[in-house]
Design a protein around this ligand. Structure first.
Ligand code: PLP
Length: 441
């Protein structure tokens, strides 16, 4: 009955406040106020809370539920695999069929000669793994001094200590003051500078400038999201990723693409780098590989790195208990099968156009909606106090947070992002199964 449900919700809220320390949540406020919402079920782009209220999931939760909620084929697959063999170790040469089949599938989808995979349980672990593989590669190449990494300003790469160091969104970077020392942050998306134009006024602090100052013989790799997600959905200009690829080739540095958000159709192509025909040396993935139905991530590795690694006669002493998790891999395989069968990547590309139409409508209707952008179903709206004069909000005005709250009250979940001086960005990244009518809604 209704009142039984109400008392259950209340009980859960009390238990939550007391026992559940939430990620990326203000602990003091949470301990006082309890959970903001208690999700209970979902279907497609919609999720319900325990009160039975239905919300539009405008950001695929954490940019990961790409096939939408309540996908029963994935549930069936998990059940089937768990009933046979939920999990087995991949250490010391042990293996299982879903992990092997998925590896073959991933390699067939990946661009260029990204020809093998190392599995992790998520995106941060994938990035940490990429850093360790890059250093290992250079050790094997007889260049152990190549240990430093370059990441971009506004980057989000996760929260394990190395990934967090590469992350440059200030709150994550400073949390508990943890980090490794060998990561440098470069100004993003300066094509000319990366191609070597020293007369460009932005040259100082670009990737090439940092490499020159630190010495190419000390740099192991450059990590970047093909399109920055949590930092504000920043799409690089055409030519930028190619310029970075060229720079890496010229100076002998590994290019690590963090495709944790952009992988598996999000941008209207299977992988984000394909928008610019670039093949990274290491490609990190997670999230969309299972649409969030199981915890899985990994690193795809180019042939030349793989060739170097397999010469090593010792043990590759790195791996997670859940590397090659049988159930997670089975779910990923089914997820990819559905993406291909239902033309989900094409749908993401087509719905980009619908989203853009909607953005034009909003621009015409609302003086705050000033800049908009979308690549596939990765999109953002930038709010200004006045779009005619490009006048940004006073830094004290929490415009995006307010918009986020108001949308939430109206049963729409979007992602307010506030980065730097007066930049108010709202990210929208719905499940890739969304249709025209739902976008209009
Ligand atoms: N890299 C990018 C680009 C991400 O967006 C995220 C998560 O949002 C991560 C890495 C970290 O992944 P995880 O939270 O699975 O560790």
């Amino acid at each position: 009955s209704l009142s039984m449900n109400q008392s259950r919700i209340q009980e859960l809220a009390e238990l939550d406040k007391k026992y559940f320390l939430h990620p990326t949540t203000a602990p003091k406020t949470h301990a006082e106020e309890g959970p903001k919402i208690m999700f209970s079920e979902g279907k497609g782009i919609f999720v319900n809370d325990m009160n039975g209220d239905s919300y539009i999931d405008g950001v695929s939760m954490l940019w990961n539920v790409n096939l939408g909620h309540g996908q029963l084929e994935l549930a069936e697959t998990a059940k089937e695999q768990m009933s046979k063999l939920a999990y087995s170790s991949s250490f010391i040469g042990y293996s299982n069929e879903p992990a092997v089949r998925l590896a073959e599938k991933l390699v067939s989808l990946a661009p260029g000669d990204l020809n093998s995979v190392f599995y992790t349980s998520g995106g941060s672990e994938a990035n940490d793994t990429a850093f360790k593989l890059a250093r290992f590669y250079w050790e094997l190449k007889g260049k152990p001094q190549k240990r430093k990494f370059i990441a971009l300003e506004d980057a989000y790469h996760g929260v394990t200590i190395a990934a967090q160091t590469a992350t440059s969104i200030p709150n994550f970077h400073t949390f508990s003051n943890s980090g490794i020392s060998d990561v440098f942050h470069a100004k993003p998306h300066l094509t000319n500078c990366e191609l070597g134009d020293k007369s460009d006024p932005n040259y100082e602090g670009c990737i090439r400038d940092i490499i020159e100052k630190e010495g190419a013989d000390t740099i192991a790799g450059i990590i970047m999201e093909p399109i920055q997600g949590s930092g504000g959905v920043h799409i690089p200009p055409d030519g930028y990723l190619q310029a970075v690829r060229e720079l890496c080739d010229e100076l002998g540095i590994l290019f690590i693409a963090d495709e944790v958000i952009t992988g598996f159709g999000r941008t209207g192509l299977m992988f984000g780098v394909e928008n610019w025909d670039v093949v990274p040396d290491l490609l990190c993935f997670a999230k969309g590989v299972t649409s969030g139905y199981a915890q899985l991530g990994g690193v795809l590795i180019r042939q030349h790195i793989r060739d170097t690694i397999v010469q090593y006669e010792g043990v590759l002493s790195h791996g997670f208990t859940y590397s090659g998790h049988a159930t997670a891999c089975a779910v990923a395989l089914k997820n990819i099968e559905i993406i291909e069968r239902d033309n989900i990547v094409v749908n993401a590309k087509m719905m980009e156009q619908e989203l853009k139409k909607g953005f034009e409508y909003l621009k015409s209707k609302h003086p705050m909606v000033t800049k908009t952008r979308a690549i596939g179903l990765l999109s953002a709206i930038e709010l200004y106090e006045n779009s005619d004069t490009n006048k940004p909000f006073d830094i004290s005005v929490k415009a995006t947070a307010q918009v986020g709250e108001e949308c939430f009250k109206r049963k729409l979940m979007i992602r307010p992002i506030r980065v730097g001086e007066g930049k108010n960005i709202i990210a929208i990244a719905p499940p890739l199964v969304i249709n025209k009518q739902e976008i209009e809604q």
